[in-house]
Each structure stands twice: as C-alpha cells, then as structure tokens.
Design a protein around this ligand. Structure first.
Ligand code: APR
Length: 244
C-alpha cells in the first residue's frame, strides 16, 4: 500500500486537473448508510416505486414529502469526515480539482470543497414540479408539500428513478473528466449509469485512474491503481504523502 500511495501521490502532485468521482462510500464514515447496505439495513423496506419516483410522489404526496423531510433533517445533522476534508486540502495543492458526486447529502460543500457537480441533486434543496423554481428555505416538519410562489407543488431537488440527470451537470462532468490528468474514484460501486461511465471516459482520454474503495468494483478493471481501504483513512494518507 505504501508504494502505491507514493506512486499515486506523485501523479496527483504533477496534475493540472483532478476530477474526483464520489459515491455513498465517502459519506459512510459520517454515519450515512450506503445504498447497497440500505437494502438490507435500516431501509430494507424502502420501496423505490412509492418513495423515489414521480408516480409515487403524485400518488401520495404527503408520504413522500414526510419521508424526504425526515431524511433531510437527519442528514442536516451529519458532519463531513476526514475523507471529505482531505479533498478540500487537495484543492489547495492543485490548480483545478472538480468534485463530481452522486451523493445528495451536501457534505462536500459543508466540508468546504468549492467546485462540486451534484449529479443526483441535493436533499437539502427543493424545486417546484411545474417550473423548476428553486427553493432552499423550507421549514422542517410539514405534513404535506408546500406550494411554490407559482402555485405548483414543491418536490425534493433529487433525481428519482426513471428521471434523467440534470443535463448541464452531466455534460460538464463528462467534459471535465475528459480533460483531467487524474480521476479519483471514491466510494462508489460503479453500478449506476451514467456516472459509472465517467472513469472509462477519463481512461479513454488519457487520465490516470485511481480507485479508493475497501472492495473491488467493476471500475477496478480499468483503474491504474486500487487503493484498498476506507476513504476516511486512505485520502488523508494520500495528502500526507503528497506533502513528503
Ligand atoms: N470508504 C470508501 N468506500 C466505501 C466505504 C468507505 N468507508 N464504505 C463503503 N464503501 C464502498 C462500497 O464498497 C461500495 O463500493 O462504497 C460503495 C457504495 O456503493 P453504493 O451503495 O452502490 O453507492 P453509490 O455507488 O454511490 O450508488 C450510486 O445508486 O441508488 C443509487 O442514486 C443512488 O447515487 C446512488 C447510486
């Protein structure tokens, strides 16, 4: 591992642009369960059709509103961990660091990262159904969705199953990865498209691909290096190595 850390640290230090693709794994050490775990743990009964689709929301707005409201309140209480903070430090060492996240928890911004592309939206924000008017100041504890100033119903600003990713965010993500020197892939199972294609896009455009994950994933095959371990441990070690 030490040799691998040295090699990766050297690559990172000489990079002009680094893209970091993150998934649920980076927030695990902040106490937020990952999706694969969620299917067996606390959210074993999570019914995606009812809770995370447009059809589900329209069928029972109060149910879906309250479910997201409870999650939002829980997530608003969580704190970034050493992995998130290491990425903030990386920003101070490299000309350009772009965080591309599948997480909706807002923890990269809370840690202090500045250039963040949220591919799956944010549970901390809302927008209305009809016009997409953004709204972030919504009281907790409401029993049903409030209305937007235009009269439309508000919904969480997250990407639900069956929905397209925000076009602008997705286009920028591919563009940034296509011109990155290094792509760091942290804590994602690499199973959900289109985010899962980003590392491959980077590799085809000549980027050095580094994966940080305690387990192998489909991305491991195309990665130049797998730093096997928890992001809250591996990323700070990587930063320390860059300072050597
Ligand atoms: N550090 C790094 N990686 C970790 C850690 C950790 N401490 N703990 C777990 N992991 C890894 C797991 O090994 C797994 O590969 O994080 C990954 C989590 O995988 P998923 O739960 O599938 O999360 P993610 O890849 O973000 O899911 C993608 O799926 O359900 C959708 O929209 C949802 O954004 C989500 C998308």
């Amino acid at each position: 591992m030490q040799e691998q850390l040295k090699t990766v640290a050297r690559r990172l230090k000489s990079a002009g642009k680094i893209c970091v693709l993150t998934g649920a794994g980076i927030s695990k050490e902040s106490g937020i369960p990952t999706f694969r775990e969620a299917q067996t743990g606390l959210w074993a009964n999570f019914d995606a059709e009812r809770l995370a689709t447009i059809q589900g929301y329209l069928a029972d707005p109060p149910l879906v509103w309250q479910w997201y409201d409870t999650r939002r309140v829980g997530i608003a209480d969580t704190q970034p961990n050493a992995g998130h903070y290491a990425l903030v430090e990386l920003e101070s060492m490299i000309p350009s660091v772009v965080i591309i996240t599948q997480n909706i928890d807002g923890l990269h911004a809370k840690a202090g990262s500045r250039d963040i592309i949220e591919l799956h939206g944010s549970i901390l924000k809302y927008r209305c159904f009809d016009a997409g008017h953004p709204q972030s100041d919504v009281a907790a504890g409401l029993k049903e969705p409030p209305q937007c100033r235009c009269g439309s119903m508000l919904r969480p600003d997250v990407v639900w199953f069956g929905e397209a990713l925000p076009q602008e965010a997705l286009e920028r993500a591919f563009q940034e990865v296509g011109s990155a020197d290094v792509v760091l892939v942290v804590g994602t199972s690499g199973l959900v498209q289109p985010a899962a294609s980003l590392p491959d896009h980077g590799a085809r455009n000549g980027a050095f691909i580094v994966e940080v994950n305690p387990e192998e994933t489909p991305i491991t095959e195309i990665a130049d290096c797998l730093l096997q371990g928890l992001s809250g441990t591996v990323l700070p070690r990587l930063i320390a190595e860059m300072k050597e």
